[in-house]
Design a protein around this ligand. Structure first.
Ligand SMILES: C[S@@+](CC[C@H](N)C(=O)[O-])C[C@H]1O[C@@H](n2cnc3c(N)ncnc32)[C@H](O)[C@@H]1O
Length: 331
């Protein structure tokens, strides 16, 4: 899924209006990459104008695509669910608002909690350009989510790419609070071993607090993946010309690896339980596709051959994060 036209235009115009020089922007983009690839929490430092501009160009499209993919999995698990309110914690430039409104047209009230003044101001400016009134009218709360106002309860609460920025000791309380504030809580993190471990730890807290898994796991049991394996998926994102200039390379797209978890606290679970979730990119050999699938019974290897034409056709379409076996609609 790619950014909506309105968000792309808003980013391009806001970044141009900031007047950050190309060299400064490139240096900020490189620093951002180091900040988020390094081990441990990327906590603390206030965002400069160059950081914010670099984030909009080089990171927001990827965090938007990952979040939209995670939210789409929730929507697939509960097709009849129509959330009215959304809370975006550690919202930065409001990425979640734009992704959530792409997935659910039912949202009517949005709140973003963000501690950094520059990020928050940028999020507000971008939001003013949104076609959806719910984004334009969002309430922006300047607060540290580990201390002050964590925001109001909401049908949908999303913490995207923020858990890794919080001190490790603050995370369990943070997740416990969000689970009780949400009908459905979604946590998205980078698809690294560290990011996946943070999601797993959040999963333990969310389930202990009464949450039930919506996605990606097809069960509430122990995760069957053992190190060095880790649970992650990929979202393909188109790269703009400026993105390619700042991050190098000519590829017209990049694959954002992400880990996520979604838990419902209304005791309802999934309307459409997932029999199995495809992990990793399917291996394709002539006449044969091999899938690694997470199921209630653990991970399994499914080999699909051309002998079952319908299954083979479905296996050619499925990607990591998809469900298996296919439902009637997937065939
Ligand atoms: C990597 S950005 C993610 C932004 C957005 N959620 C996204 O997915 O693009 C993390 C954001 O969380 C904010 N943040 C980090 N720690 C926070 C805290 N304790 N309270 C509120 N915001 C925080 C940062 O200022 C930053 O804007």
């Amino acid at each position: 899924m790619n950014l909506t036209d309105a968000l792309q235009v808003a980013i391009a115009e806001e970044v141009a209006a900031m007047g950050v020089g190309h060299r400064e922007l490139a240096a900020a983009a490189a620093a951002l990459s180091r900040r988020y690839r390094g081990p441990g929490p990327a906590t603390g430092a206030a965002w400069t104008d160059a950081d914010v501009a670099a984030y909009l160009v080089t990171r927001l499209p990827a965090t938007w695509a990952a979040t939209a993919a995670a939210l789409s999995a929730v929507a697939a698990a509960r097709p009849a669910w129509r959330p009215c309110t959304v809370l975006d914690v550690g919202g930065g430039p409001g990425t979640v608002l734009w992704a959530a409104t792409r997935v659910w047209g039912s949202l009517v009230r949005a709140t973003v909690v963000e501690r950094d003044a520059r990020m928050l101001a940028m999020g507000r400016r971008l939001a003013q350009r949104a076609p959806q009134p719910v984004v334009r009218d969002a309430l922006w709360v300047a607060s540290d989510v580990t201390r002050g106002d964590g925001g109001p309860s909401a049908d949908l609460v999303v913490a995207a790419y923020v858990l890794g920025e919080l001190p490790a000791a603050a995370r369990p309380t943070f997740i416990r609070r969000l689970v009780t504030a949400a009908t459905v809580l979604v946590v998205v993190e980078p698809g690294t071993p560290d990011g996946s471990a943070r999601v797993l730890a959040a999963r333990d807290v969310a389930l202990a607090a009464g949450g039930r898994t919506m996605a990606p796991c097809p069960h509430d049991g122990a995760c069957p993946l053992a190190a060095p394996d880790w649970c992650h998926f990929a979202a393909r994102v188109a790269r703009t010309k400026l993105h390619r200039q700042l991050k190098g390379g000519q590829a017209p797209y990049e694959d954002e690896k992400f880990s996520y978890g979604a838990w419902a606290s209304d005791g309802m679970g999934c309307e459409q339980p997932v029999p199995g979730r495809v992990l990793r990119h399917p291996r394709i050999d002539p006449g044969r596709i091999t899938l690694t699938v997470c199921t209630v019974g653990g991970t399994s290897t499914e080999v699909v051959t051309t002998r079952d034409r319908a299954a083979f056709k479905a296996a050619r379409k499925v990607t990591s994060g998809g469900t298996w076996p296919p439902t009637a609609g997937d065939r």
